[in-house]
Design a protein around this ligand. Sequence first.
Ligand code: FAD
Length: 301
Amino acid sequence: MISAAVIEALKEIVPAERIMFQEPMKLHTTFRIGGPADYLIYLENEDQLCRIQKYLRLVDVPYTVIGNGSNLLVSDDGYRGIVLVIGKYMSEITVKDCYLEAEAGALMSQVAKTAKEHGLTGLEFAAGIPGTVGGGAVMNAGAYGGEMSQVVSTVTVVNRNGEIMELDNGTMEFGYRTSVIQNQPFVVTKVTFRLEQGDPEQIAEKMADLAKRRREKQPLEYPSAGSTFKRPAGHFAGQLIMESGLRGYSVGGAKVSEKHCGFIINTGNATAEDVKDVIWEVQRRVKERFQVDLEPEIKFL
Ligand SMILES: Cc1cc2nc3c(=O)[nH]c(=O)nc-3n(C[C@H](O)[C@H](O)[C@H](O)COP(=O)(O)OP(=O)(O)OC[C@H]3O[C@@H](n4cnc5c(N)ncnc54)[C@H](O)[C@@H]3O)c2cc1C
């Protein structure tokens, strides 16, 4: 239970209209699943984040950070605490020479589009990833041979004491769908990319080709969180799931996509419990048949 005094103090930092009470998290996830968060706050700038972090630590109120909610499964009970959103109000993008600087709430698609408009190559892979730059840095998001680690120059973060730090590419410890931020309580506020001059026509062609491949292969017509599982070494998750006879397997409204077995989709009224049941059964059957452990790529809240 968050006291009225805490909320009054937060209103001194963030305008009242950016603070939502009992906010349904299904409105903030691409899965369209999730119960209410006690409070959800849209941040507008780094300074607000620093002040809020310091304050919440002092009063010991739980909080978490999300971007576009495109890699998240939120519980049907929602979240007891405060969800901080780094999204549309922190999404400025600037370009100087080969450097593109984006606030963490900028969408990957928008950053890729801006790079294209400036004739900069390197971010074509990002055009179809429906997350923010902050979420992308945390996840080392990638597709079709490209990933954040190849183009990120520096990442600006705020630590739990509300202090701003700049991490270079090496310090980010990027790995397959992971970075140092998954093990540290850092919040990303800005990402600087180092890109290369390219041919605008070729950049546009590559983006169009990747978008076509996505439309053909992925069930984009249904809510989901993208690939549910990480790619196990030497295999493709989707293929193992299909060969385990789980194509179209469903519990309630959650279903293994028939178009791409690596995706669990929400066919209408799926609950988080439905999705978890599908995940467990998929893990169990794939382990039984292939002795392979499938590790979720999606994050649970
Ligand atoms: C249709 C579809 C296709 C997809 N395709 C791809 C793909 O090709 N490649 C790929 O890699 N992913 C893909 N994804 C997954 C997802 O888009 C990426 O993981 C994306 O990077 C998540 O960004 P987000 O802003 O939505 O993060 P969220 O889902 O909001 O959060 C993900 C994690 O990052 C943390 N986080 C978010 N923002 C911050 C921040 N500013 N500071 C600190 N922590 C933060 C959250 O706490 C959470 O742990 C796809 C998803 C969908 C729905």
